[in-house]
Design a protein. Structure first.
Length: 135
């Protein structure tokens, strides 16, 4: 496998978006079709949730399986710099847990949607509907 130059790697990493990603849009579309109205990227909330439904006090995080360390087949540890990646993903997991706890202590319901769940949109829509209809 050819190693990328630091400049090329930096350019590739700069192309990774943090907002309005395809997975995020794939979650927003069914929510909108179901009649839910929401806000995006509320910076005044811990963790800046991707989707916020103030009426339901619900915050939705749309997480990439690799970056946030989901235990699924999409999460494959790179063969190079494994120590770096293992540490980075562990830090991301701890941060995510801390932010969800902070939101919970403020009275918010948190929902995490994993990238791998987007392959079954009907199941995802049912799950969101169920979670948002709970008191």
């Amino acid at each position: 496998m050819d190693r990328l130059s630091p400049e090329r790697r930096s350019w590739l990493m700069s192309r990774i978006r943090g907002e309005h990603t395809k997975p995020e849009v794939a979650v927003r579309a069914p929510l909108h079709r179901m009649g839910y109205r929401f806000r995006l990227h509320r910076r005044d909330l811990p963790g800046t949730p991707d989707i916020v439904l103030p009426r339901y006090s619900a915050a939705i995080f749309v997480n990439g399986c690799f970056w946030h360390g989901h235990y699924c087949k999409r999460t494959k540890m790179p063969k190079s710099r494994t120590d770096y990646w293992a540490d980075k993903i562990a830090v991301n997991r701890r941060r995510d847990r801390r932010q969800r706890r902070q939101l919970s202590s403020l009275g918010w319901k948190t929902i995490v949607v994993w990238e791998c769940e987007l392959k079954r949109p009907e199941e995802l829509a049912n799950r969101l509907q169920k979670l948002l209809s709970e008191p």
